[in-house]
Every structure is written in C-alpha cells, then in structure tokens.
Design a protein around this ligand. Structure first.
Ligand SMILES: Cc1cc2nc3c(=O)[nH]c(=O)nc-3n(C[C@H](O)[C@H](O)[C@H](O)COP(=O)(O)O)c2cc1C
Length: 247
C-alpha cells in the first residue's frame, strides 16, 4: 500500500541545525502558525502561547541563555512555546473563581499542550520544506528567558524552536528497536535489555560512519552519563515562582 504523503513527511524527520539566511515568507509563517493551533488540547484549555522572534538582538540574547547553541542566533526565525495558564487566571478572575494550579497536573497539562502545538509547528513548517530543531535549552535559564520575553505569571517556557530553510542534509538518526517502545497488551520489561543492546550497536555504527570514527560510543553509555546528573535545578523554583506550586 502506498504511504500517504503525511506519513512520508513524518517518517522523513531530521532535526536541522544549519540554515540559509533566506527569511521565512510572512504568509508561510502565518499559515504554519494557524495550522499548529489545530493541535488537540487538554479540556480545550489551549494552555500554551507561542512567542515569535525575528529580532536579531533577541535571538542573540536567547542564544546566550540557551547554552550558546549557534543555530539559535543563526536561524531566521525562533519560536518559544510556553505553557500558559495566564488566560485561565484571567478567566478565573472574570468569574470570581480561584485558580488552583498547585498540583503537578497543570504543569503537565501545559507542557503537553505546548509539545503538541510544537510538533504541529514543525510538521507544518516541514511541509513547506523548511527545517527546524526544538530547543530544550530554553529551560536552562528559564527565569531570565521569562524576563526577556515578558512572560506573565502562570506561564513558563517549555521549548524553543529554530526554523528556516535548511542548509544541511543530515543523516536520519536511527530510532530504538520497536521492542523497546511498543508493548503488546502490557509492558514487556523482558524485551528491554536486548533492545538496548541492539540499539547500542546501531548507534555505534551510525556515529562511527557519520563522524569518520571520531565518535563511537553507543546510546546507553551516553545517556547513562547524561542522566546521572540532576539538570536545570533552578527551573523548579522558577515554575513555583510563576504560580505553579507543583506539590
Ligand atoms: C523537547 C526537545 C528539546 C530539544 N532540545 C534540543 C536542544 O536544546 N538542542 C539541540 O541541538 N537539539 C535539541 N533537540 C533535538 C534532539 O536532540 C533530537 O530530536 C534528537 O537527537 C533526535 O534527532 P532527530 O530529531 O534528528 O531525529 C530537542 C528535541 C526535543 C523534542
């Protein structure tokens, strides 16, 4: 059976980190942003906001705040997707209700809404032959990002996204064996060790070929090192300060 174009688009994903200086046409951007709004959303709350950044000085500042990732200042267009309960705060005020966002639940709801809209943004952009990469580095110094972008209470940045016309054609990064991610009827713990071993071989081969032998480690060793340190400790405090107690 011939795969539909939408499936081919999804399956051809690669993050793009090098861009032509050509700007994204305003009409194209408008269509991409509007298309993204059709993401499903928890309880129809639409608990996200998208900050659209073209200004070079702002991009330079964000580049600094997001761990000096070169492509943030080089991309023609940078989006910041935020979790946003400010609108619910206003709705609560309008109707004399109290906004109860103490639980972890609403941090998840806002983050999930933001992620769904972000993936829609990227897919819509790719349909126009643009490319992009999501930027979790936006949470490195979330408070400073919040100040720069004038984020009100009950909001926080979830991810950034570089977008533009690709100036690279990178290899596709292999995904885990399906046994590590699909489970028939119930979770199959017994499948995980073999799947990881297989994925280590795949990734060793991938990096060895891609870097001409400069990088040869598999997936599990790199991830074990990455995950062994707590990350972005200041984020918890900032999210609390923004009004989410996260009990
Ligand atoms: C929420 C999120 C945050 C990410 N943050 C960064 C980032 O800060 N810098 C970066 O270079 N890539 C970032 N990425 C891209 C991932 O590294 C990339 O998706 C992953 O390595 C798989 O590669 P691929 O997208 O090319 O298939 C992020 C991806 C996601 C989904």
């Amino acid at each position: 059976m011939e795969k539909p174009e939408a499936v081919k688009l999804i399956e051809s994903h690669r993050s793009i980190r090098k861009f032509l200086s050509r700007p994204v046409e305003p009409e194209m951007l408008e269509t991409i942003l509007h298309a993204a709004r059709w993401a499903p959303t928890s309880h129809n709350m639409q608990s996200y906001s998208i900050i659209i950044i073209k200004n070079q000085e702002t991009k330079n500042e964000l580049h600094r705040l997001c761990g000096n990732q070169r492509y943030i200042k080089e991309c023609p267009l940078f989006l910041v997707v935020c979790a946003d309960f400010y609108k619910m705060h206003k709705a609560a005020e309008m109707h004399g209700q109290k906004l109860a966002v103490e639980e972890l639940e609403n941090i998840l709801v806002g983050s999930v809404d933001a992620a769904l809209v972000a993936q829609n943004l990227l897919l819509a952009a790719r349909a126009y032959e643009l490319g992009g990469v999501m930027i979790g580095g936006i949470r490195n110094q979330a408070e400073e990002v919040g100040e720069l972008l004038k984020l009100p209470p009950y909001t926080f940045p979830v991810m950034g996204m570089c977008l533009g016309y690709p100036d690279q054609d990178p290899w596709q990064k292999p995904r885990m064996p399906v046994e590590a991610v699909f489970h028939d009827e119930h979770y199959r713990e017994e499948n995980i060790p073999a799947a990881l071993e297989q994925y280590d071989k795949t990734m060793t081969d991938y990096y060895t070929r891609r870097t001409g032998g400069k990088r040869t480690s598999g997936w599990s060793k790199e991830i074990a090192a990455y995950i062994s340190e707590p990350r972005r400790k200041s984020l918890t405090e900032y999210i609390r300060k923004q009004g989410f107690d996260g009990k």
